[in-house]
Ligand binder design. Sequence first.
Ligand SMILES: Cc1ncc(C[n+]2csc(CCOP(=O)(O)OP(=O)(O)O)c2C)c(N)n1
Ligand SMILES: [Mg+2]
Length: 523
Amino acid sequence: MPLGDFLVAYLQKIGVTHLFGIPGDLVLRLFSRLGKPRGLKIVTLSHEPGVGFAADGYARATGRIGVVCVTYGAGGHNMVNPVAGSFSERVPVLVLSGGPGEEERKLGMLIHHQAKEIESQLRIYQELTCAARVIDNAATAAESVDEVVRTVWREQRPGYLEIHRDMVERPIPVPRPLMEWDGALHFGRSDERRVDEAVRETAERFNAARRPVTTTVLGKGAFPMDHPLFMGVHIGPLSPPPIVKRVDRADLVLNLGTLLTDMNLGSRPPQITRDRSIWAVGGRVNVSFHTYTDVHIRDFVRGLLRARLSRHEEKVRYCDNLPPQPAETKRRLRVTDVLHEVNRFLRGRRGYMVVAESGDMLFAGLDVRVERGGGYLAQGYYASMGFGVPGALGAQLGTGVRPLVLSGDGAFQMTGPEIAQAPRFGLSPIVLVVNNGGWQIFRPVVARAELLDVPPWPYARLADDWGGRGFYVERVDELRAALAAAARLDSFVVIEAIVRPDDLSPVSRKYIEASARRGRAAS
Ligand SMILES: Cc1ncc(C[n+]2csc(CCOP(=O)(O)OP(=O)(O)O)c2C)c(N)n1
Ligand SMILES: [Mg+2]
C-alpha cells in the first residue's frame, strides 16, 4: 500500500484519533493523506509551538501518543521547544516531518527551508527524541515506522519520522505480522524474579517503618487531591512546615516515579537520604543501596498491591501555603485570593482539568485542589512558557474534560492567542489571565523592574472578538462572579484578573529567592 495510507492505518490501529499540524509544500501530500476521509481528525493551530504543546497536552491527558505533522525546516525547527519539553517530561509524542524529494536533493542547490544541511533537522531531533529516522527506503519503511513508534511507547518519549515528499505515495510492502497485529503497544518488560525480590525487600522495610510517607511534586494530580491521606505537595524545604517535618522525620520515603530535580526539591540539594528511601523510576528500583534493574514501575506497584503490607492508621491534615482568606470580598484581588477563589470554584464541581502555565502560576498552582474526576497538568520541570493554552486545547480534544488554565499575562502573550482556535473545534477552556503587567515572578530578584514589563493587551476584549467571552475583574467578588458565569457558558472564556506587580504566590516568592541565593552561591 502507499506509505501515506500505511501511516494512517497504523496510527488508527494504535488508537490515535487526532493529528496536530500545520502544512507546508514539503509536507502537503503527507498532511493530505493523513487527513483523508476516514483518516485522522486534523487539528491545525496558528503556530507550531502551539501545535506541539497541544499534542503534548493530548498525550498527557489521554495516555495515548500525540502526533504532530509539520513541514520541513521552518516548521520542524519551530517545533523543537515543545518536543524538548515532551522529552524531558516523558510524554510520548510522534513528530512527522516532510522534506524535499530525492530528485530535488540532487539538483545541487539549496532547497527552501534548509538551514545547514538536509540532514540537520534529523540531527537536531536525534538529540530530542528516543528514536529518529528518515524513511527513505520503501522496502523497510513499514518496519522503521513500527520500530520508532514502539520505542516511543516503551520509553514514553518523543520520536521523529522524516518522510520526504516523494515517498508519500510510494507503494511499500507491509509484513504479515504487522497486518495481523492487534495494535497493542507494550511498556518495557520487567524481569519477574527481580520484581519479586524488590517487592519483598520493599514490603519488609515498609512493615518495619513506623512513620512511612509517600511524597510527590511533579506528580501533582497523579494522586487524588481529595483523598483523606493526601497531605499536600512536597517541594523540599519550601513546603509548608508540617510537610517538611513529615518528610524529614519519615523513616521510609517511597518515591514512585519521582525524578530528582531542583523543582521537585525546592532548589536545594536532596534532603532525603538514600538509606531510608526507595526510588522506582526509569525501569529500576533502588531500595536503599540495593539496585534492581529491569523492574518497571507498573510491575513494581502491582507487586506491592499483592504483598502483605501492615496497616498504618493515621489522620492526615491537608496543608497548603495559603493564608486564611478575609471574609470581605469588595476589595482588590491578591494572588492568594485568586487561588482561594479557584479552590472555592472547584469544590464540589467535578470534571475540570486545571492546567498551570509557567511563571508565578506554576508554583501558585501547587496550592490548587482538584477533586477526583478532574485532573491537573503542568510542565512542572521543563517549565516552558506557552504550554498552558494549547496544552489545554489538546487535553480537551482528547478527553472532553473542560480545562481551567492558570496563566500569567507574559505567558499568555506567547501562545494564548491560540484560544481563538477553540470555537472551530467546539472547545471551551476557561483561561484565567493573572495580569500583573509583566514577567513579575522575577521581580523580587531583578533590580530594574521596567525590564520585566509586557505591554497591556485588552485580554477580555480580545476574547469577545475571538468568539468567546471575556471578563475583566479587579475585586474578589468580581472574580467569584466571573468564574460562576464562566461555568454556565459553553464557549471559551478569558478572565483577566488584575493584581499588583509586586504580588506573588507564597511558593513562587520562596522559590525565586532560594534560586537567586543558589545563583549567588554558585558565582
Ligand atoms: C519559553 C520560555 N521563555 C522564558 C522563560 C523564563 N520565564 C519563566 S517565568 C517568566 C515570566 C512569566 O511571566 P508571566 O507569564 O506574566 O507570569 P508572572 O510570573 O508574571 O505571573 C519567564 C520569562 C520560560 N520559562 N519559558
Ligand atoms: Mg505577569
